[in-house]
Ligand binder design. Structure first.
Ligand code: C2E
Ligand code: CA
Ligand code: CA
Length: 495
């Protein structure tokens, strides 16, 4: 028996030893990996700390460090409390600075910041500091009017600032103003000025605004809306409505533009004019846009199956154009639903289309290769040249609603519409007028040679089902604005 155990031990011993050695090696490896991870984390922390230290120790030339600035803010507040002069705090954020960093690199971005710092230090009557990357704060002594005057002048002055950097761009800025003591005690003043700055950003930037307590409320409301928007897709609260475009002469439906709708359980219908920019700012537009594209392709396929021959149009945001696989996905979806590429329109706003970065150029090239129908939306609000328009693979221009709206009352609006039409037709583009609300506007546009019309005069955006019925229906006899229809299963109409 004893021999038996001895043999067993002798046989098992090397295995036990080998297993123990293996466990030790594994433990060592895990331990090393953990150590390496901790070391990497430490390095990141150190780098961050070093950066923070450098930012604090070496403020941009002519500007105070954050600590020194806060001391001056305390002194100004103390002086005002003792009956001295009131003062304003300006919070300034550069518009579009991130794009400079992304496009030209951080070195050029830093050079641009030095330019801005020099300009601000030269303009300021009080201390200035850099609060964060491209955010600055400034104390302006004296009456509110002095602060507003400076705030009104700064965006223009910065855009003309001489530039150190090789970047041939000049920047504008958004400015918020908070007054001491009306707009908050010492600890809230900077935050409230920043809130006012953000409200300017939301409105498009390049301007200034005084702090208003409502802004705090608006910011909280926006955060609540954003939280709901994050879940809107999965909760099935989004849908697409469709608004027809009609041929200006025959009044036949030529296309249907897909427009997103959000049915919020408490707020009711939330306008895309409100939630699309919110989605763009917070990285949600990718998911929403992908959903809208797929939905629109599916609907286009369904209409095609029913014999309704018209284009379906979707709106693309700047973010979507930057997605590498956008056109591939779109083409796959069109093919899956049997839709000829030329029967599907992507609407891209003029300002995005004219960006002319490598990314937009690539996206347009892919759209051209895929044979998609491209429409330049909100045309007339940007600064397109004939040359830049010819470069794009666009087939259609949509005149912005603002010009259509003023057609009957403004000779300028008429001249602009005529000029756009002339220019577009010269280079072979079709022109669509959006936002047509009155017969007067329609008649002027038809007389100018506009190709297609879209607006409440003909139809509001409606559900896919309603559009199908509407396009198939003769409509009431007293509605001469609209003649049906492309809904003809046996006679597809060539577009
Ligand atoms: P947009 O592309 O310029 O769309 C035209 C807007 O004008 C639509 O507003 C439409 O309902 C409205 N409209 C049409 N005819 C008339 C009219 O006769 N009078 C007036 N006053 N308005 C008219 P909506 O549906 O609220 O959409 C607003 C914006 O939201 C759109 O402007 C577009 O920029 C954006 N949007 C909507 N859906 C999408 C989407 O799926 N993706 C993206 N990226 N943006 C979208
Ligand atoms: Ca559009
Ligand atoms: Ca538009």
């Amino acid at each position: 028996m004893a021999t038996h155990w001895t043999t067993l031990v002798l046989v098992a011993l090397p295995w036990v030893a080998a297993l123990a050695a293996l466990a030790a090696v594994v433990r060592l490896a895990i331990g090393r990996r953990r150590l390496r991870r901790q070391r990497d984390q430490l390095r990141v922390h150190l780098a961050e700390a070093r950066e923070a230290l450098q930012a604090r120790a070496a403020p941009l030339a002519g500007l105070l460090s954050r600590e020194a600035f806060e001391e001056r803010l305390d002194e100004a507040a103390d002086a005002a409390d003792r009956g001295g002069d009131a003062f304003s705090l300006l919070y300034l954020d550069l518009d579009g600075f991130r794009a400079v960093n992304d496009t030209f690199g951080h070195r050029q971005g830093d050079a641009l910041l030095r330019d801005v710092a020099r300009q601000l230090a030269g303009d300021a009557a009080g201390p200035v500091c850099r609060v964060a990357a491209d955010e600055f704060a400034m104390i302006v002594p004296g009456p509110a009017a002095a602060a507003r005057e400076l705030a009104a002048a700064l965006p223009g002055r910065l855009s003309r600032a001489p530039t150190d950097s090789a970047v041939g761009v000049s920047l504008s800025c958004s400015i918020g103003i908070a007054r001491y003591p009306e707009h908050g005690g010492r600890s809230l003043l900077l935050a409230n000025a920043a809130l006012a700055m953000r409200s300017v950003k939301l409105a498009g930037g390049g301007d200034f605004a005084d702090y208003d307590p409502q802004m705090g409320h608006d910011a909280r409301d926006e955060m609540a809306l954003l939280a709901d928007l994050r879940r809107a897709l999965e909760r099935g609260q989004l849908s697409l409505y469709y608004q027809p475009k009609v041929d200006a002469r025959s009044l036949q439906v030529t296309a249907a533009e897909a427009l997103m709708r959000w049915h919020h359980p408490e707020r009711g219908m939330v306008s895309p004019a409100r939630f699309v920019p919110l989605a763009e700012r917070h990285g949600l537009i990718g998911a929403l846009g992908t959903w809208a594209l797929e939905q629109a392709c599916r609907q286009a396929g369904a209409w095609r199956g029913e014999g309704l021959r018209m284009r379906v149009a979707v709106n693309l945001s700047a973010h979507q154009l930057r997605q590498d696989d956008l056109v591939d996905r779109l083409v796959a979806s069109l093919d899956a639903h049997g839709i000829p590429h030329g029967r599907f329109t992507v609407e891209i706003t003029e300002s995005v289309a004219m960006e002319d970065t490598r990314v937009t150029r690539d996206a347009f090239e892919k759209l051209r290769e895929a044979g998609l129908h491209v429409s330049i939306d909100d045309f007339g609000t940007g600064f397109s040249s004939l040359a830049s328009l010819r470069r794009l693979p666009a087939a259609e221009l949509k005149i912005d609603r603002a010009f259509v709206c003023d057609l009957e009352t403004s000779s300028d609006a008429r001249a602009i519409c005529e000029a756009i039409m002339h220019m577009a037709h010269t280079i072979g583009l079709r022109v669509v007028a959006e936002g047509v609300e009155t017969p007067g506007q329609r008649d002027l546009l038809v007389a100018m040679g506009c190709d297609e019309l879209q607006g409440y005069l003909f139809a509001r955006p409606m559900s896919a089902q309603a559009l199908g019925l509407w396009a198939a229906d003769d409509g009431p006899d007293d509605a001469p604005e609209f003649r049906p229809s492309l809904f003809d299963p046996t006679q597809p109409i060539a577009l």
